[in-house]
Every structure is written in structure tokens, then in C-alpha cells.
Design a protein around this ligand. Structure first.
Ligand code: ADP
Ligand code: MG
Length: 609
């Protein structure tokens, strides 16, 4: 027998409000059916005395194996007890026993899990050891011993079973608490002086409530099965009607009256299945995964995207024969509980060969989402609802992941915002750089290593051999970004997408890294999309600028023109906020004078953009 185990990943997703949860639950036909069935079964148990006039324990030899009749609607059992009455009263025993077991498991498991997960230290060590010990004990043997020792009382057995199930609850709660207590907002609550009970109530309990409810529903079903199993073996109290003892009696008369098996069997199967399915429906409602499941995926979704893409040639495309990348009418949205949320709304942009395009906009304007769409790196739930994406004359919009991989890394490379989190801590830097080079360029191990060392030197790393043999934690953030830039250009890409490549770096290192990107770009005649919120960076190294606001492009222009005469009010606002702290400057001419770039550098270094 296996006890319910905690899920491999604790549900730490934000928990919807109670009203929202109920609404989502009621939208699922399975959940509604289960709830109705369980309500009916509970009512039948509750109102058993009203539904039948018979005493479930009254035996009468004349009614032994009686057929269905007015007096006994479902007939009589082997010793002449009324089957309907036993079925109805048996509901009470089954549900109460299971509830008792679950209550005991929760009363022990939840507080112990909370304390162990939140405070750790010795309590965690001791309680985890106890939990492991309990889980190693064969539950059914313990129950058999308990039953024979305490005089066959079902409820005592179920309470003991609750104790045996409590390690499952304990582990689940502990894992959920540990994962959430590392979150920054819990740290923040602690730093702001909130007392522990309050933090647990406000931040921890809402997270553990979801997995607890799901687990409880599944344990209820399990409790009923175990209890009936014990009673079937003849271990329940003899004077108490129960489904398990009904099965026992039916089994004794299986050749003379097999129909006796049906009633308790159906009752058990329906109740246990209803609890199990209700647990699943609860999980879906809490995850919101029901919303995801309805979304068409894979081939169907790609087909729809392909159908929707506009075949027409727009002026943007027409004028740009040397265009390396043409993106038109890109739309990215996410299904949420409140409906579709559009984060990129009809973005079009063009990158020519050997050109640096600045993608500018305040935080949250959809720059990264646009970049990820080009790279094919959007999360699964993202819906790329329309858009034309032509790279070097080839339409990428309808391609699958495998085909996209031929472009990604090889011809379109990516430099991320946070260098450290993009290096795997458990591998040496050298092996992380060599692998893609070997794969994409088909070089031998020695050739790839020589090429990588050369690249590390090229990106300004003084001791390439040492860095090559280091683990990521052994180098600084600035160096890690150089490593990633080396990795990005290692396969000689045509297009480099750098998403805020300097935001996580020190100010002094920022300028060097930007210089590096610019010089590599010139050297290799790459197209570059430089995502940034910093007009100083734009003035430094970009040729053209596309300005985004809340998911849409508001203005696209060559960088000199944009600085000289920004057309859109949002661009003007961004520009003036960037230049706020800078020295007053003379009116701009048609070109950006060197002094502007310098003053913008100053602004960048003095204060946040
Ligand atoms: P930025 O311009 O700062 O790079 P992003 O492109 O990262 O902005 O994000 C644009 C918007 O998309 C933000 O409002 C963000 O909340 C939203 N967003 C990003 N990822 C998701 C996601 N997986 N689900 C829902 N919304 C998302
Ligand atoms: Mg971003």
C-alpha cells in the first residue's frame, strides 16, 4: 500500500481568491458532477433515519437473502438485515471514518510542516526524521495490530491511519513553505519588522492552502478504501453498518446472491472516484491550467499563425532590400484569469545588415517580449497571434522549434540581461562555450577550444586559459557578460539580439561592454538589436531607434533624426527625462553633436535613466 506522496513540485503559484476559485471550479463539469454526487451521498448518510424505517443491525432469519420487496427495497443480506438501511447507515461510517483520518493527518502534518519549513533548525531535523520513519512503516500491518489490540473499533483505526498519513502532509507543507520563505517578499516582510505569526498568516498560509486542499480530497478517498478494506477483512465493529462489512457479507453469499456485491461496490467506487476527480479539478482550478488546456497548441496553433500572416508587402519591407530582419504586426498575448492580456500589440521593425537598431521604451513596454518572439523563446503559454517574421528572406513565423533551432544560436544570437543566471553553475565556462561551437560549426574539440580561447581574448579577457577552466561563480559579473558575448558571436551570427546587456553591470564596466559590442558588430558586419531603456546607450552606439510604449511602436527613426526632432510626445518625454540632470545644451542641429552623446553618458552615470 502506498500513502499519498507530496507532489514533486509544491504548488507555490499565487492562489486565486476564494470566490475566483469557486467560480473556476463550477465551470468544470467534472467538478460540478463530483460535488453534486458527494453532496447527495452525504445527505443520504445524514438523513438515513428518514430514508428508511429499518434498523441496519436488526437480524431476522426469515428475511435471510430476501428478494427486493416493499419491506426491503434492496432485499435482505445473509443474516436477514435490510440492505438499503445498511447502505445508508454505512455511508455515515465511511465518511466519518475518512474525515477523522484526514483531520488527524492535517492536525499533525500542517503545523509540523509549517514550523519545520519556516524555522528549520533542530525541529526540522527531528520531525523530518520522524516523518521518514513513519513512512517506512507498513501501514496495513500497523492497522491490523491496532485493530486486534483495541477491540475492533473503526474510528480508532482511522485515527491511527491519520497519523500514518500525516508524514505526506508534513512533507508537502514543509516543501511549500521552504520554497516560499526564500522569496524576496518574505524577506522584505521580515526586514520590515513583521512578527512571524503575521508573516505566516499573510504570506505563507495562502501558498500552502492550495496543495493542502488537493491533498485532503485525495486522502478522503484513500481513507474510505482502507477503512472498507479493514472491514471487509472482518476487523470493523460488528454492530456498525459499513460498506466494507456489507462486502464481507456479500462475499460469503456470492454464489447464492451475487447482486449483494453491487450496492456497496457501487457506493465505494462512486465516492472514491468523486473524491479523486474533485482533487484533480481543484488542482486545475488553483493552477489555472484549465485555461491553458483550452488553448490550441502545436501544429494547430502554428497553422493558425501561418494562416493569419499578412501576405502583403508594406512600405517598410519594400524599401529595405538589404533588410536582415523584417518583423511586421507582431502580437503577443497571454491567457489570464481575466481574459486575454496583450503585451505586444502590432509591433513592426526592420534591421538591416551591419546596422544597430535600438529598441527603447520604459520598463514593461514589451521590448523583451518582442526580442523573445524573434528568438522563438516565448514561454509556451504565450500566444503569438499574428505577425510576419522574415529573417534573411525566409519566413520564420510558422516554423517549429526544431527548424527554429537551425537559426537560433547559429545565425541569430542572444546576449541576455543577467549574465550570471545564464551560465550553468555546474559546468566549467570552457565546456559551455565549446559545445555550441562544435555543434554548429562542426569543429573538432581542439579546434573549438582554440577558437574559444581566441574569442575570450578578443572580448578583452586578460587570462583566457584561466577563465576557460573556471566555474561561473569564480568570475565577476562583467567578465561573465564578456563570456556570454564571446559565446554569442562564436558561431558568427548575422543578427545579435542584446537585451539590456549592461543593466546588471557596474557603471564602469557598462561602457566597456558596449564598446565591445559595437566593435564586434563593425568587425563582423552584424545586424544588432540592442534593447535598452537608456537613451545614452542609444546615442552611443545605435544607428536607428524604434521607440515602444505599452506594447506598441510609437516612433522609428535614424538616431540623429530622433534626437534632433522627436515627433512623438512619448519620445520627447523619454528624451527630456534622460537629459534632466545634464548640462543645458545648445539647440540641436540636424546631426547629433559629439557633446550630446557625452552629456548623455554623463546623465547615465549620474542617475538612473
Ligand atoms: P520590457 O520592455 O521591460 O522588456 P517585457 O517585454 O519584459 O517588458 O514585458 C512586457 C509586458 O509583458 C509586461 O507587462 C509583463 O508583465 C508582461 N509579461 C511578460 N511575460 C509574461 C507572461 N509570461 N505572462 C503574462 N504577462 C507577461
Ligand atoms: Mg526587458
Amino acid at each position: 500500500m502506498t500513502l499519498p506522496q507530496p507532489e514533486a513540485t509544491a504548488h507555490t503559484a499565487a492562489v486565486p481568491g476564494r470566490a475566483g476559485l469557486l467560480r473556476r471550479l463550477l465551470r468544470s463539469p467534472v467538478a460540478v458532477t463530483c460535488l453534486v454526487l458527494l453532496a447527495l451521498i452525504s445527505l443520504a448518510g445524514l438523513f438515513a433515519p428518514l430514508l428508511t424505517g429499518q434498523d441496519p443491525a436488526h437480524t431476522s432469519l426469515t428475511d435471510s437473502l430476501a428478494p427486493m420487496s416493499g419491506k426491503h427495497p434492496l432485499g435482505g443480506d445473509g443474516v436477514g438485515r435490510d440492505v438499503l438501511a445498511r447502505l445508508l447507515y454505512g455511508t455515515r461510517t465511511s465518511l466519518l471514518g475518512a474525515l477523522l483520518a484526514v483531520a488527524v493527518a492535517l492536525v499533525i502534518g500542517v503545523p509540523a510542516g509549517l514550523v519545520a519549513g519556516y524555522y528549520r533548525k533542530w525541529f526540522d531535523a527531528v520531525s523530518s526524521w520522524l516523518a521518514n520513519l513513519l513512512m517506512a512503516v507498513p501501514a496495513i500491518i500497523v492497522l491490523l495490530v491496532v485493530m486486534s489490540a483495541v477491540g475492533q473499533n473503526t474510528y480508532i483505526a482511522m485515527a491511527v491511519f491519520g497519523v500514518l498519513m500525516s508524514p505526506g502532509v508534513f512533507r508537502l507543507i514543509r516543501a511549500s513553505v521552504i520554497s516560499v520563505r526564500e522569496e524576496l517578499y518574505v524577506d522584505a516582510a521580515r526586514v520590515s519588522g513583521l512578527a512571524d505569526p503575521r508573516i505566516i498568516r499573510r504570506h505563507i498560509l495562502p501558498v500552502v492552502q492550495a496543495p493542502t486542499i488537493i491533498q485532503a480530497a485525495q486522502m478522503l478517498g484513500l481513507g474510505i478504501v482502507i477503512q472498507s478494506g479493514l472491514e471487509f477483512l472482518g476487523l470493523g465493529s460488528a454492530d456498525q453498518a459499513s460498506w466494507g462489512s456489507m462486502l464481507n457479507d456479500a462475499f460469503a453469499n456470492i454464489y447464492t446472491k451475487p447482486v449483494l456485491m453491487v450496492w456497496p461496490g457501487v457506493a465505494l467506487a462512486v465516492t472514491v472516484a468523486a473524491f479523486g476527480l474533485l482533487g484533480n479539478a481543484l488542482r486545475d482550478a488553483l493552477d489555472g491550467s484549465a485555461v491553458k488546456a483550452r488553448r490550441p497548441r502545436g501544429a494547430a496553433a502554428r497553422k493558425r499563425v501561418a494562416e493569419k500572416k499578412a501576405p502583403s508587402v508594406t512600405p517598410e519591407t519594400a524599401g529595405a532590400e538589404d533588410a536582415l530582419l523584417v518583423l511586421e504586426g507582431l502580437k503577443v498575448s497571454y491567457p489570464t484569469a481575466e481574459g486575454e492580456k496583450t503585451v505586444v500589440d502590432g509591433v513592426s521593425l526592420t534591421v538591416r545588415r551591419g546596422e544597430v537598431l535600438g529598441l527603447v521604451g520604459e520598463s514593461g513596454s514589451g521590448k523583451s517580449q518582442t526580442a523573445f518572439a524573434v528568438l522563438g523563446l516565448l514561454p509556451r503559454e504565450a500566444r503569438v497571434s499574428s505577425g510576419r517574421l522574415v529573417f534573411d528572406g525566409k519566413e520564420l513565423a510558422g516554423l517549429g522549434r526544431a527548424e527554429l533551432n537551425r537559426y537560433r544560436g547559429r545565425r541569430i544570437a542572444y546576449v541576455p540581461q543577467e549574465p550570471m543566471s545564464n551560465l550553468d553553475p555546474s559546468f566549467r565556462i570552457g565546456s559551455q562555450l565549446v559545445e555550441p561551437v562544435r555543434r554548429h560549426l562542426g569543429l573538432s574539440a581542439a579546434e573549438a577550444k582554440a577558437k574559444t580561447l581566441g574569442l575570450l581574448e578578443r572580448v578583452g579577457i586578460a587570462d583566457p586559459e584561466r577563465v576557460f577552466n573556471s566555474y561561473p561563480h569564480q568570475i565577476s559579473g562583467g567578465m561573465a557578460q564578456r563570456v556570454l558575448i564571446a559565446g554569442a558571436v562564436s558561431c558568427e551570427p548575422d543578427l545579435l539580439i542584446a537585451d539590456e546587456p549592461t543593466t546588471a553591470l557596474d557603471v564602469t564596466v557598462q561602457a566597456e561592454v558596449l564598446d565591445l559590442i559595437r566593435s564586434l558588430q563593425r568587425e563582423r558586419n552584424m545586424g544588432v538589436i540592442l534593447v535598452t531603456h537608456d537613451f545614452g546607450v542609444v546615442a552611443d552606439i545605435c544607428d536607428r531607434v524604434t521607440v515602444m510604449q505599452t506594447g506598441a511602436v510609437v516612433e522609428s527613426a535614424p538616431v540623429r533624426q530622433l534626437f534632433a526632432e522627436p515627433r512623438h510626445p512619448y519620445t520627447r518625454m523619454l528624451l527630456s527625462s534622460t537629459l534632466e540632470d545634464a548640462e543645458p545644451r545648445p539647440a540641436l542641429g540636424p546631426a547629433v553633436p559629439a557633446s550630446v552623446a557625452t552629456s548623455m553618458n554623463t546623465a547615465r552615470q549620474e542617475g538612473p535613466a
